[in-house]
Design a protein around this ligand. Structure first.
Ligand code: TXA
Ligand code: MG
Length: 344
């Protein structure tokens, strides 16, 4: 199929209305959100959900998030409760997804056959306008080919999805760069299934208790059933092996200086001069986890374009949004962490 690429800076309303009409007739539209780009279709249509899985090459037991324009628009589709509205009051619209019991208006195909449904209300003006104009909730996974890093700008979307969808809306760079925080509500308690820009500490200010699902930082045992189906799939992976380096930053820098010249190094901005002569993809300053989150997926895709044989990166901290970065990087590295000892 031919994919139409729409720029939002030209005629905003005309582009949005055209894309909304495509959603209503069961088509596929890629749109920007504040986290990553989403590959959207009518969440109330089983056929549209199946078209999403086909376009991504995604296993159909991996459920989709439904995107609504306002928190209360989830009412016809999910069993909401006061705790959902407390979360909504603090964090919506924004990068938070809440798992609730599913109503029959959402077909099981959208929700990977589960009796729950994931609800998110994005803050990006294009996403908001598109959902409001479509008049139906929009099911949207990240707009990458399954297994690849999520796209955070239009050229990464086009590289994966041109010819596979009806419309791509180019809204520039995504502000956050990592997918939304996912929390499952069980009564007044939450279980963190995927860390994101809404941190665990922030959630704990609103809910009585928030547990972190073991698969967020650990490795699933063979045959272990994950709380979120997405946890079991290889994800975010570049073509070349990624190795995370743990240890004192000075020791890690020394290790990087001694790597072969065809290794790609994801180094801190301030390390660039000390690593002259290597292939470098600076990730941001050491203390700036937000910049590192923003650049991670583009850097992993760039490493592929550099034909990396091996990629080395610092193991991030788990503070604040660092936990989200840590979770994505561990999975991109298939849990390969190398500890660098001090030389003295
Ligand atoms: O930021 C985001 O959340 C982006 C943008 C486009 O909104 N979307 C996104 O969707 O990251 P996706 O499909 O790539 O990741 C959704 C994750 C998957 O790991 C899936 O298994 C999990 O959410 N999920 C969806 N519904 C679920 C449910 N009912 N129970 C548990 N996990 C669920
Ligand atoms: Mg994804």
């Amino acid at each position: 199929m031919t994919t139409e690429i729409i720029k939002t800076d030209s005629d905003f309303n005309e582009g949005i209305n055209k894309a909304a009409a495509v959603i209503r007739r069961g088509g596929l539209v890629i749109f920007p959100t504040e986290t990553v780009y989403g590959l959207g279709a009518d969440a109330t249509s089983a056929a549209a959900a199946q078209a999403i899985y086909a376009a991504k090459g995604r296993p159909s037991d991996n459920p989709l998030i439904i995107h609504v324009a306002k928190p209360e628009d989830a009412e016809p589709y999910a069993e909401t409760n006061e705790h959902y509205y407390r979360l909504a009051k603090h964090f919506m619209p924004g990068p938070l997804t809440v798992i609730l019991p599913r109503k029959d208006t959402i077909p099981p195909q959208t929700s990977g056959g589960l009796d729950t449904v994931a609800v998110r209300c994005p803050s990006h003006p294009v996403a908001h306008a598109l959902i409001a104009a479509a008049g139906v909730p929009i099911a949207a996974p990240s707009a990458n080919i399954s297994g690849r890093p999520s796209p955070t700008n239009a050229s990464d979307v086009i590289a994966d999805m041109n010819g596979r969808v009806d419309i791509i809306i180019d809204g520039g760079d995504c502000e956050i760069g990592l997918e939304s925080t996912i929390v499952k509500l069980e009564g007044s308690r939450g279980i963190l299934l995927r860390p994101g820009a809404i941190t665990v500490d922030a959630l704990r200010c609103v809910l009585d208790e928030v547990k972190i699902a073991p698969a967020v930082i650990g490795k699933l045992a063979d045959n272990e059933k994950p709380l979120s189906p997405g946890m079991k799939y290889r994800h975010y992976a570049p073509e070349a092996p990624l190795v995370l380096l743990d240890g004192h930053p000075d020791d890690v820098l020394r290790f990087m200086q001694n790597t072969p010249k065809d290794a790609v190094l994801l180094c801190y901005d301030e390390e660039v001069p000390a690593l002259d002569g290597h292939i470098l993809l600076p990730v941001g300053e050491r203390e700036d986890e937000e910049a590192q989150a923003h650049r991670l997926f583009t850097n992993l895709r760039q490493a592929d374009r550099e034909n990396a044989k091996i990629i080395y990166a610092h193991l991030p901290s788990t503070n604040g949004i660092g936990l989200a970065l840590y979770n994505r990087m561990l999975r991109a590295a298939a849990h390969t962490v190398q500890y660098i000892k001090s030389e003295d």
